[in-house]
Design a protein around this ligand. Structure first.
Ligand SMILES: Nc1ncnc2c1ncn2[C@@H]1O[C@H](COP(=O)(O)OP(=O)(O)OP(=O)(O)O)[C@@H](O)[C@H]1O
Ligand SMILES: [Mg+2]
Length: 220
């Protein structure tokens, strides 16, 4: 489904170049529950941004279903981000002035096709249908993340990327979000998730450890 080949990422900083990714290769297959682990600052979010088409690698390439993202123009890349993949960010990124339901429907509106039925189904799925008219400020952290997951799924993406989806939640709330992800994965949804929660990562069928700019697949 997705293949990263020899990805490099350098950032130009005030004190010179930072070479964060130094030849990352990995492969995701349909149905995977894949995890990316590694220390703070290892480059996990940077890697996810490259895989999700939010940023360009300095070298190397990302292929999605055989298509190299680097040859796509901005319009096609935006379509990749909007339709092929779903994104759940490290910090919530719900739009504060829109209701829960509007937040979930937003990607479908951007895609030019409102999906009211789908958003209703998803909000019921994540247990927040009765909160549909609330604003993000009226939600707890776990509820925020459940809305963010529903939003990432609204366009029926083939692959969902999550960056620390439960990093800021208490254990019990995190567990409920984990269970939701496991259930969706059992139903066939492919996930690639950054986490620092060891137990959560252990539930994956693939674990990639990012260390010193390189990824090693951890054998379980
Ligand atoms: N746009 C940028 N410009 C310059 N440096 C950056 C930029 N984005 C990230 N970095 C640097 O790249 C390194 C990796 O950052 P990244 O956010 O990918 O780490 P991470 O593994 O996700 O960490 P955490 O677990 O804390 O979220 C950091 O040292 C960061 O300062
Ligand atoms: Mg990060």
């Amino acid at each position: 489904m997705l293949k990263a080949v020899e990805l490099h990422k350098e950032f130009e900083g005030p004190r010179g170049k930072l070479h964060i990714l130094r030849g990352v290769s990995l492969e995701l297959k349909r149905g995977d529950l894949a995890f990316i682990i590694g220390r703070s600052g290892a480059g996990k979010s940077t890697l996810l941004h490259l895989l999700g088409g939010l940023d360009h690698p300095s070298r190397g390439n990302v292929e999605f279903e055989g298509e190299d993202l680097s040859v796509l123009n901005e319009e096609s890349l935006a379509e990749y981000r909007n339709k092929k993949v779903g994104l759940v960010f490290q910090f919530y990124h719900l739009l504060p002035e829109f209701t829960v339901k509007e937040n979930v429907e937003l990607p479908s509106l951007i895609a030019g096709k409102s999906r009211e039925k789908r958003s209703e189904e998803l909000l019921k799925r994540v247990g927040l249908w009765d909160r549909r008219d609330h604003l993000p400020s009226e939600l707890s952290g776990g509820e925020h993340q459940r809305v963010a997951i529903a939003r990432a799924l609204v366009n029926e993406p083939e692959l969902v990327f999550c960056d620390e989806p439960t990093g800021n939640l208490d254990e019990e709330t995190a567990e409920s979000v984990h269970e939701l992800i496991f259930k969706l994965n059992e139903e066939g949804q492919t996930f690639c998730i950054v986490t620092h929660e060891e137990d959560f990562a252990q539930r994956g069928n693939k674990i990639f450890r990012l260390h010193e700019g390189i990824v090693h697949e951890v054998t379980k």
